[in-house]
Design a protein around this ligand. Structure first.
Ligand SMILES: Cc1cc2nc3c(=O)[nH]c(=O)nc-3n(C[C@H](O)[C@H](O)[C@H](O)COP(=O)(O)OP(=O)(O)OC[C@H]3O[C@@H](n4cnc5c(N)ncnc54)[C@H](O)[C@@H]3O)c2cc1C
Length: 443
């Protein structure tokens, strides 16, 4: 007998999401409050679930589809990130380039597939989310960072990807600060206001998709050929279910699946006034990734705010504490002050955290589980592009459409299982601590 699937961890507020707060108030949410029937239910209204539900609806216009989200769409993790739709491997000092050129190119193809899909939806529906195809800067602050960028550049050359070098004066012209010693520009990254994008993707779902928010699935029961999804105030009976719950799918104890909820944190300033904007200089909007992946990501927004992201913490309970948020805010303030001494007095208005879903071997879950439920889980930090792509592709796979990309995902490694807690807690936290120490100047 197949056992029911119980959900143990649900999204928590985890600070105040500045992207969400700086949008106009959201309209009322439709929640699950009685019994419904659908052909398909997609669980999780992040980027993966939003793309999965849409693609199902595009390919099966006669099917009824429900997309269910525990929080408001745009307020949880997919609307909490730094908004980089990254086409190239992110971890620029990682060993990823020691893999074959063909594997690296396949990853880039997979990530671009997702970016192209979402870009086409944004254009088709005129979604107002500050979508920009302006690329990103990878900036270094010292010789160690420059070496990491040189390593990255060699990798890019090997896979025939374009890039451009900027010296200190050139990157200062963009950012207004002389904190960075140099940078490498890659043109293929798109950036976005993530909460606005998620809201827009939800609002423009095809007619055969019903979106439920503030509706957490507590259990999925297997009843004959159907699944019954239980909520606090109702049920949905469905023929097929697709799980797109990313970090919330992590399981520990006797059934560990190797998924690691690792939080990262961001802060956003208040809107700068005209005098502050002038003191800063640089261009109106830019997006920068640190040479060391554990360093500080910075975006200057066209709304005259600045958003910084750094710091990681392993939180298997899927919730951060006030102390975590206070620590993150202090780190963000320090990073901000080091980069922008001319902006003294520009406060960080919002600070928040959100879970990435990592694994020790960059594995992910894609396909049909033993209990018949489909899943696309495990963003490994590049969830906007990888989630878009795997959401679209899980719908295609579910409807029997095979392709080279579907084959690639079915054959990717599964997350490697880890030792039981608390050993894994100590090992992951120690690894994060060591990497953050080594990032040093890039923080
Ligand atoms: C501060 C920060 C910065 C980041 N920056 C970037 C970046 O620039 N680029 C990038 O690519 N990635 C970035 N990320 C990671 C990115 O946000 C994630 O990879 C992405 O959100 C993954 O998308 P997803 O749809 O797979 O999962 P999620 O966005 O986590 O969506 C899963 C959804 O499932 C819902 N859910 C969970 N349990 C249930 C349940 N029982 N019932 C109903 N719904 C449920 C959750 O509420 C959630 O909305 C960042 C993350 C953070 C926190």
């Amino acid at each position: 007998m197949v056992s029911n699937l119980e959900f143990a961890r649900f999204p928590a507020p985890d600070g105040v999401n500045g992207w969400w707060e700086s949008l106009p108030p959201a309209g009322p949410a439709r929640s699950v409050s009685s019994e419904h029937r659908y052909d398909w239910v997609v669980v999780g209204g992040g980027i993966t679930g939003l793309c999965a539900a849409r693609r199902l609806a595009e390919l099966a216009p006669d099917a009824s589809i429900a997309l269910v989200e525990a929080d408001r769409i745009g307020r949880a993790t997919a609307g909490r990130n730094s908004g980089f739709f990254v086409d190239l491997p992110h971890d620029i000092s990682s060993e990823s380039y020691s893999r074959s050129v063909a594997e690296d190119k396949a990853d880039v193809r997979f990530q671009r597939h997702g970016i192209d899909y979402v870009r086409s939806i944004v254009r088709q529906h005129n979604i107002d989310c500050d979508w920009r195809d302006e690329g990103k800067f990878h900036a270094s602050v010292n010789k160690k960072g420059l070496d990491a960028l040189l390593h990255f550049a060699r990798g890019l050359t090997r896979i025939d990807e374009a890039f451009e070098w900027l010296d200190q004066a050139a990157i200062r012209k963009v950012t207004g600060t002389d904190f960075y010693q140099g940078a490498l520009f890659t043109p293929g990254c798109s950036t976005v206001q993530p909460a606005a994008l998620m809201r827009g993707l939800a609002a423009t779902q095809p007619e055969n998709v019903t979106v439920f928010e503030l509706s957490a699935v507590t259990e999925i029961e297997h009843r004959g050929n159907e699944k019954v999804l239980h909520f606090a105030k109702g049920k949905i009976v469905a023929k097929q279910v697709i799980l797109c719950t990313n970090a919330y799918a992590a399981t520990f104890g006797i059934h560990p699946n190797g998924l690691l909820p690792v939080y990262t944190f961001a802060s956003m300033t208040r809107v700068m006034n005209a005098g502050e904007v002038e003191k800063l200089g640089g261009t109106r909007s830019w997006s920068l990734i640190p040479a060391d992946p554990m360093g500080t990501t910075v975006r200057r927004l066209a709304t005259d705010r600045i958003c910084v992201r750094n710091h990681f913490a392993f939180r298997p309970g899927l919730q951060v504490s006030e102390a975590d948020l206070a620590k993150a805010k202090a780190l963000h303030q320090r990073s901000f002050d080091r980069r922008f001494p001319m902006l003294e007095g520009v406060e960080l208005e919002y600070t928040w955290g959100g879970p990435l879903c990592l694994s020790a071997n960059n594995g992910a879950l894609f396909g049909r589980r033993d209990d018949g439920i489909l899943e696309a889980v495990g963003c490994n930090g590049l969830g906007l592009s990888r989630g878009s792509s795997s959401g679209k592709l899980i719908a295609e796979y579910a409807l029997g459409r095979n392709s080279e990309l579907v084959h690639q995902l079915l054959n990717q490694p599964h997350p490697r299982s880890l030792p039981v807690r608390p050993i894994v807690d100590m090992a992951v936290s120690a690894t994060i601590w060591a990497k953050e120490m080594s990032a040093g100047a890039e923080l």
